[in-house]
Design a protein around this ligand. Structure first.
Ligand SMILES: NC(=O)c1ccc[n+]([C@@H]2O[C@H](COP(=O)([O-])OP(=O)(O)OC[C@H]3O[C@@H](n4cnc5c(N)ncnc54)[C@H](OP(=O)(O)O)[C@@H]3O)[C@@H](O)[C@H]2O)c1
Length: 253
């Protein structure tokens, strides 16, 4: 059950080995998270995240093999999650790929892979879990979107478009769930130092997984529909939205 302060006890993580997801789970474990289903592709990596969460105080961690791009996997994951947890308080959708922009611009298979991983798969997973949360009459879907989707840049438009689509889908779902007891929180981080960005030049307002996790926990506490991380990016993008196209086109990735 989600408590009066918005904190969950039982969670499912889609993309269970994500650095951002691990930080969010550790932060939630310091509150009242005690049961977690970790869904992901790499069994060995999932087991090491499971160990980390157990050390952080999570009593039960259940790794489940799962590929977000497999459309048949979502119903099976809902089944596995309800079997393991009974009730699901929170679903964190963290699976994603940055992709190779230069490759994707020429290779339809790479474009499809990025969109399947970041948009089609997560949207299908959200649909499956939204039905469960409706039936439960409670629970929260937390979706890792990105500022890259707020205004899509030429330098990473394939990733940006996938996040723009996911962000729009999640906000539409939030409207659809109004009055059901279930809710959606869309998280829009800027540049975060994780495995995904390793070896890349940090962008302005770069942050850490721990800082994003703290923003997510605070957002859950106030039942926020959208969480920007860091929060200043809400205002930065409020201005950047209006930059003229010829200038915006030259913005780095
Ligand atoms: N880091 C940033 O700057 C940043 C900023 C804004 C938003 N985000 C978003 O935050 C989320 C988490 O990213 P992160 O920074 O924590 O990077 P990360 O550590 O690389 O996490 C990405 C996760 O996605 C999983 N994944 C990829 N393809 C998958 C698939 N087909 N099926 C299941 N899982 C799959 C990866 O698992 P494998 O180990 O199996 O590949 C990994 O667990 C992503 O959606 C990302 O777009 C990140």
């Amino acid at each position: 059950m989600i408590d009066a302060t918005g904190m969950p006890q039982r969670a499912v993580v889609i993309g269970g080995t994500s650095d951002l997801a691990r930080a969010v789970c550790r932060a939630l474990a310091a509150r009242r998270l005690r049961h977690v289903v970790l869904a992901g592709r790499d069994a060995t990596a999932l087991e090491s995240v499971a160990e980390e969460l157990r050390s952080a105080g999570v009593e039960q961690v259940v790794p489940v093999p799962y590929d977000v791009t497999d459309v048949r996997a979502h119903a099976k994951l809902v089944e596995a999650a309800t079997a393991a947890l009974g009730q699901v308080d929170l679903v964190l959708v963290a699976a994603g790929t940055l992709g190779e922009q230069e490759v994707a611009e020429r290779d339809p298979a790479e474009t499809a892979r990025v969109l399947d991983t970041n948009l089609t798969g997560p949207a299908a997973a959200l649909t499956a879990f939204a039905s469960l949360l409706r039936r439960q009459g409670q629970g929260r879907l937390v979706v890792l979107s990105s500022v890259a989707g707020v205004r899509v840049r030429r330098s990473n438009f394939v990733y940006g478009a996938s996040k723009a689509g996911l962000d729009a889908f999640a906000l539409g779902l939030a409207d659809a769930l109004e009055g059901t007891g279930a809710g959606v929180t869309v998280v829009r981080p800027g540049w975060v130092a994780t495995r995904m960005t390793a070896g890349r030049e940090p962008a302005p307002f770069a942050t850490t997984a721990e800082a994003v996790a703290a923003d997510v926990v605070a957002g859950l506490g106030r039942g926020a529909r959208v969480v920007w991380s860091p929060s200043v990016l809400r205002y930065v993008f409020g201005v950047l939205r209006f930059l003229p196209g010829p200038i915006w086109r030259r913005m780095p990735g």
